[in-house]
Design a protein around this ligand. Structure first.
Ligand SMILES: Cc1cc2nc3c(=O)[nH]c(=O)nc-3n(C[C@H](O)[C@H](O)[C@H](O)COP(=O)(O)O)c2cc1C
Length: 493
């Protein structure tokens, strides 16, 4: 059997197994059921003004929903891809195609990938396996595939477990990250790194972004399980048991996306894997996804025809629209920013955070922030725990002491005695290369800050800060007046 025919028969198996067998992950869920939106009873917006329009890698799309990479290269894929492309074009959604490795070896497989004529306006993603970069595939082959398809971006799928389970799997993943970096450098189109349903953890999110990928689809666990798909292709009962051991493998998609967003606040991030309805899509966006992909459900709909795919898209986008309305989000940017999605299973124990902003009025000002912190604790609903108060500045301190005006004058004089204004190396701008023109002369403020502190932690008992009778919390301005921020975090229940 040649490599080409083996690839082709595997692809046909994949379609058949996905359509005929139950291949959903077992013992692990996508995790979205742990999160619930807190409704905004008065949304203060008109449903008609809610817009799902957004962009994917700079291209406009009608909604943050895309069809994940699936198939191509076998006769049955031709109709599936054409159906998906036609409807994606009608609804203005991005579309991923399945691995086009077969196209490198067999250009005659092109018809099943030739969807551009049916979808001239939407972003289309070509797809290849990242590990193939160790098996003879390089920038030239990738470029050829991108050109043949007319793709706007290249998805590199990362599927170590699947390759390990396939009898014909390519398991040499040594130095693949380096090769991804070289490929990103060489290609003119953006490269998207994607798992296939086991998730990309934050450490690898950072390394992939450093390698130069333009976007990451965390493609987490809880949906189609590729160990289960491969298990259905196996005849050896021992190997079937090995595959079965991975039915609950992987990082749930909800956790993968929120962790990825935490380490990459500005990156382009997609969520997929176990996305099954519009509520999952809305939650994925609120947890940090710029766009959300779905594979299995679109395959099953495509098998029924264009109407079924269109109905699925309408249902999902309508649920997203109504959800946005009910949480007061007019745009996808609003939904990304919403604070109304809570982890329901952990909410009472979760740390609650806020940032308070102040504008100070003079050097040496002691801003009494005690009441603002007390109000924050009431909002957080924490009865017993600890509140942590932190200045984010090196010339504005946080300190607990007594709010007695004469004493505050004493403090100011003491600080000026210990670190008077002027005479610091830090103030000699000629010796500080690249210093901005408006850099303040503030060596004294830094030195005074060193004597104080950036933060205080205060116990919370019965919903109140456990401060002594005379204790107040101050933000202390040591520099000239300016905007200041303090971070609050309360942990407790
Ligand atoms: C029939 C089928 C074929 C697939 N082929 C590919 C592929 O070639 N490349 C790829 O990156 N992912 C492929 N996938 C994986 C999906 O893109 C997706 O990551 C995975 O199925 C999880 O999403 P889901 O739970 O929505 O199905 C395929 C999925 C299906 C159902």
């Amino acid at each position: 059997m040649t490599l080409g025919t083996r690839t082709v028969s595997r692809k046909a198996d994949h379609i058949r197994i996905n359509l005929e067998e139950d291949v959903e992950a077992r013992g692990v869920t996508s995790g979205f059921e742990r999160f619930r939106f807190v409704p905004q009873a008065l949304p203060e917006i008109d449903l008609h003004d809610v817009s799902l329009a957004t962009t994917v890698l700079g291209s406009p799309v009608a909604a943050p929903l895309f069809i994940s990479c699936m198939t191509g290269g076998v006769p049955e894929a031709e109709r599936i891809n054409l159906t998906l492309a036609t409807v994606a074009q009608d609804y203005g959604l991005a579309l991923g195609l399945g691995s086009a490795r077969v196209l490198i070896e067999h250009p005659e497989a092109l018809p099943s990938f030739r969807v551009r004529p049916a979808a001239p306006d939407i972003p289309i993603f070509a797809n290849l396996g990242a590990v193939q970069l160790n098996y003879g595939m390089g920038p030239d082959e990738c470029r050829r595939v991108i050109d043949l398809i007319g793709a706007d971006a290249l998805v590199l799928h990362i599927n170590a477990l699947q390759e390990a389970l396939q009898p014909e799997g390519n398991t040499n993943f040594g130095n693949v990250l380096l090769r991804i970096a070289d490929l990103c450098e060489a290609l003119d189109v953006p490269v998207i790194a994607k798992e296939v349903g086991w998730g990309i953890a934050p450490d690898m999110v950072i390394r992939l972004l450093e390698a130069g990928v333009a976007a990451i689809d965390v493609a987490g666990a809880g949906g189609t399980s590729w160990s289960e798909v491969e298990r259905h292709r196996m005849e050896d009962p021992v190997r079937r048991k090995v595959a079965a051991a991975f039915a609950d493998w992987g990082l749930p998609t909800a956790d993968a996306i929120r962790w990825a967003r935490r380490v990459a606040p500005d990156a382009c991030l997609f969520a997929s894997g176990g996305i099954r309805d519009g509520m999952d899509v809305a939650k994925a966006v609120a947890l940090g996804a710029d766009a959300v992909g779905m594979a299995g459900p679109f395959l099953r709909a495509a098998a029924q025809g264009e109407q079924a795919v269109a109905d699925l898209i309408r249902e999902i986008t309508d649920v997203v629209r109504v959800t946005m309305f009910c949480v007061g989000a007019r745009s996808i940017a609003d939904l990304r920013q919403t604070r109304r999605l809570l982890n329901w299973t952990e909410a009472p124990e979760m740390p609650v955070r806020e940032t308070l902003s102040y504008h100070t009025s003079q050097r040496g000002e002691f801003v009494d922030v005690t009441d603002d912190i007390a109000a924050f604790i009431r909002r957080a609903g924490v009865r017993n725990g600890v509140v942590h108060v932190q200045s984010t500045h090196t010339t504005a301190a946080i300190r607990i002491n007594e709010n007695e005006p004469l004493l505050l004058d004493d403090f100011r004089r003491m600080l000026d005695r210990l670190a008077p204004v002027g005479g610091y190396d830090h103030d000699d701008m000629a010796r500080r290369p690249g210093v901005p023109e408006d850099e303040p002369i503030n060596g004294h403020a830094h030195c005074q800050h060193l004597l104080l502190s950036s933060s205080e932690s205060i116990q919370v008992r019965d919903g109140q800060m456990a401060l002594g009778r005379w204790q107040r919390v101050f933000l202390i301005e040591l520099d000239s007046p300016r905007d200041r921020e303090i971070l609050l975090q309360v942990v407790g229940a």
